[in-house]
Design a protein around this ligand. Structure first.
Ligand code: EPU
Length: 417
């Protein structure tokens, strides 16, 4: 298991590029199963989670090859129907194979994902949607057993907005008999990317970028030919890194139109941000100002940036509050940040951060993808040496983050233990 040894403080300067979006590529890889033949996905990041999804596709009988960010998925013999516990437990997004497997083969057996580091993450909405489209769904011995003759178009009204359930339903509806209407669909750019990819494959979909998506099912989906959108969370993590280190960085190959909520918060906290078509320059202040944040579904402030912004606000001038409304228990980074000397009080789903003038390096432990990147930010701002254990979490969602940050002036060493 690798660890990071980080020496700080290091203001970041220079230019850094952003890879393809993890949370867009994972459903796209599953969507390749809707077609027979060779799908080609470009701008695929080299991440542990992508590797897990590749393993899943291999198990289902697809043949995958990857070359410099271009992933080819040949589904000619993808006849498997089972997603086993061993894979699903390492990555919840594996359940994305449920809809395409069910839609193509009329059967799917997918392990229930179970909880995650910050509490329960149910999948009831995924299952409800499959039932609304005509599937029979049973839970047996930790597995979802779903079956149908052919899925049929239906009305799916989500009581809350869910990225995963929306993607799952759009995939299922693509091969259903008739038209499906999805209400309260998630608006995240990764959903729009999936819709765009499926439209390119011949599926007729209306309501792109709206909460009412209408999918006209077809009998055959063409193989995908698609370039993944940039990873907004990676880009925003770099922006927060510039902010907390008082740096000046230009983030390239990104889409600033996806980053409005985070940029607004950083500007309120004293950053100067200039955006161009595929780039953004972020200049951090000498010391950030305190600010108040509430996480929300897109286009609100993303829960996937909550750990990083709390880390950045630990040294802000004044008292900040961060309310987590998507995952009320997603605070595993808070006890670790306290080890740096941060003053954070938790009151239910509200974190109250009293800014301290400086943090001090400390040994800490990564607990999930975004918590880990928050710890890296704190370490780059802190005086002295930090050791972050269990960095495999960060490799799930950031491609060689230490190389990119080191090129900006950070001092991060990956040590294999
Ligand atoms: N929810 C339910 N029932 C369901 C599904 C979701 O109650 O069947 C609830 C969740 O508990 C949560 C809310 O709905 O309170 C929203 O969850 P959502 O389904 O949108 O999350 P997800 O699809 O499981 C994706 C990302 C997460 C990100 C969330 C929220 C992927 C692979 N994962 O998860 O990303 O935090 O949306 O934006 O797209 C990450 O990248 O580190 C990560 C965790």
């Amino acid at each position: 298991m690798d660890k990071f040894v980080i020496d700080g403080p290091t203001p970041l300067h220079g230019s850094v590029s952003v890879h393809g979006a993890k949370n867009a590529v994972l459903p796209l890889m599953a969507a390749a199963l809707l077609a027979r033949g060779k799908s080609v996905i470009e701008n695929v990041p080299d991440l542990r989670d992508v590797g897990t999804m590749v393993k899943m596709l291999d198990l289902l009988g697809a043949v995958t090859t990857s070359n410099e960010g271009v992933l080819t998925i040949d589904t000619t013999h993808a006849d498997g129907i089972e997603a086993p516990y061993e894979l699903v437990r390492t990555m919840r997004a594996s359940i994305y194979v449920l809809a395409p497997t069910l839609a193509v083969h009329g059967r799917a057996r997918v392990s229930m994902p179970g909880g995650c580091a910050w509490g329960p993450r149910p999948i009831d909405l995924h299952l409800m949607a499959m039932e609304k489209l005509g599937a029979k769904v049973e839970l047996s011995h930790g597995y979802i057993e779903a079956s149908c003759d052919r899925l049929r178009g239906g009305e799916v009204n989500f009581p809350i907005s869910s990225v995963g359930a929306t993607a799952q339903t759009i995939m299922a509806a693509s091969l259903a008999d008739g038209t499906s209407v999805i209400r309260n669909a998630a608006l995240e750019p990764e959903i729009t990317d999936l819709i765009d990819a499926l439209i390119e494959c011949g599926v007729e979909i209306e309501g792109r970028d709206t909460s009412r998506v209408v999918v006209h099912g077809t009998t055959s989906v063409k193989p995908l030919r698609h370039r993944v959108i940039p990873d907004r969370i990676e880009a925003e993590t770099f922006a927060a890194a510039a902010a907390v280190t008082g740096g000046d960085i230009t983030i390239t190959d990104c889409d600033p139109s996806h980053m409005g909520a985070v940029f607004a918060v950083l500007e309120r906290a004293g950053c100067t941000i200039e955006v161009g078509p595929n780039r953004a320059r972020v200049r951090g202040p000498k010391r950030m100002h305190a600010t108040d944040i509430v996480t929300r579904e897109y286009p609100g402030f993303p829960t996937d940036m909550q750990a990083q912004i709390i880390a950045a606000l630990c040294t802000a001038n004044g008292v900040s509050t961060v309310k987590e409304t998507i995952y009320p228990d997603r605070f595993t980074h808070v006890p670790e940040l306290r080890r740096f000397g941060a003053d954070i009080r938790l009151d239910g789903n509200l974190a109250v951060i009293r800014g301290v003038p400086t943090l001090g390096g400390a040994p800490v432990m990564a607990t999930d993808i975004r918590a880990s990147s928050g710890l890296i930010l704190a370490a780059m701002a802190a005086q002295g040496r930090t050791e972050i254990l269990r960095v495999y979490h960060i490799d799930r969602g950031y491609q060689r983050i230490e190389s990119k940050l080191n090129a900006l002036g950070a001092r991060i060493e990956r040590v294999s233990q």
